[in-house]
Ligand binder design. Structure first.
Ligand SMILES: O=C(O)[C@@H](CO)OP(=O)(O)O
Length: 322
């Protein structure tokens, strides 16, 4: 059984279940993503069909599986304007504060030599800002590009016509399933005033229990049903193909994903707290997730000792910059 956890430091695409296909297509086969019922659907197709996802992911986009290992970085967004005001935020779409921007940039520095091939964010601006700001610091210097596939027009109009430019880009997929838990009738209320009104114990249960939902909102369990399902259906298959993934999301959507990764019980997850803007690294190897803490910075020796692959990646970056 997992020990009590306190991560003080850390901060559909619907794939057919037996599909081994990646978002990074191979030679003659590529995988258009179609937006259906708020979920992406990936279907294999042949080169004679319209390349819907041709915008960024070209047939020869770099990633071929060479390893059964991949990195997974989780970042809770930096401080938002409502974190600052101590308001329940949930699915309300508020931006980062100046401090939140600085946190995202700092997070980027800390992960700047850890490989990232694919980024998933929620559909909320605070998570997207965090991912984008963090990637400005990455030493690979690749440009994160949001894939818009809400319509055929959006796909066509954001097409990139240079193979070289596409190679210098990182696809970003925004998924509502990674959004913050919907806080129901608490959204917009001050947390302290709510505790005074309903009692500290009641508010703590709404905020941290697994099963109890806030009034007309989602419990962590309900949030996990969509966030973990999305992770399993769309993110884990990429990791299994050796693609390194960054997820920028929220306190509670990430708590539910960490509960899944670390196999926490519904009791243990109540003491899991995530700070804003601090990255947490996992290694996915042999179909298992190993938690590797929060990288302190690009020069930290410890992180690169975790796996040979990370050390090699960093060495290549060092060589290319010298
Ligand atoms: O207000 C929210 O949406 C969340 C995260 O900021 O709050 P809590 O930590 O209470 O779940």
């Amino acid at each position: 059984m997992a020990t009590v956890v306190s991560h003080q430091l850390i901060g559909s695409i619907h794939r057919p279940s037996n599909s081994k296909a990646s978002l990074f297509p191979k030679e003659s086969l590529y995988l258009p993503i179609k937006f259906r019922q708020n979920r992406f659907k990936i279907e294999a197709t042949t080169a004679s069909q319209t390349p819907v996802l041709d915008t960024l992911l070209s047939p020869s986009t770099p990633y071929k599986k060479k390893t059964n290992e991949a990195s997974l970085i989780l970042i809770r967004h930096g401080e938002s304007l409502w974190n600052e005001k101590n308001l329940f935020t949930g699915c309300v779409d508020v931006p980062l504060t100046e401090k939140g921007v600085a946190e995202a940039i700092q997070a980027g520095k800390r992960i700047s030599t850890i490989p990232v091939d694919l980024i998933f964010t929620s559909s909320l601006i605070r998570a997207q800002m965090t991912a984008m700001l963090a990637m400005t610091q990455h030493r690979c210097k690749k440009v994160p590009i949001i894939l818009h596939d809400e319509s055929e027009k959006a796909q066509t109009w954001s097409h990139v016509f240079s193979e070289e430019t596409r190679k210098q880009s990182i696809p970003v997929i925004a998924a509502w399933q990674l959004n913050e838990r919907m806080y129901g009738e608490l959204q917009g209320l001050n947390k302290e005033e709510t505790a005074e009104r309903y009692g500290t114990q009641q508010v703590h249960e709404w905020r941290r229990s697994y099963h109890i939902p806030p009034p007309k909102g989602e419990s962590l369990e309900m949030c996990a049903e969509r966030a973990v399902a999305y992770f399993e259906d769309n993110i884990q298959p990429e990791l299994a193909l050796g693609n390194n993934v960054l997820i920028a999301a929220h306190g509670n959507s990430l708590r539910s994903i960490i509960m899944y990764l670390d196999k926490l019980t519904s009791q243990e997850v109540t003491s899991l707290e995530l700070s804003t803007g601090l990255p947490l690294l996992y290694i996915f190897k042999d179909r298992k997730f190993m938690r590797r803490g929060s990288p302190v910075g690009p020069t930290e020796a410890g992180v690169y000792a975790y796996t040979k692959r990370l050390a090699q990646y960093r060495q290549k970056l060092d060589e290319s910059l010298n």
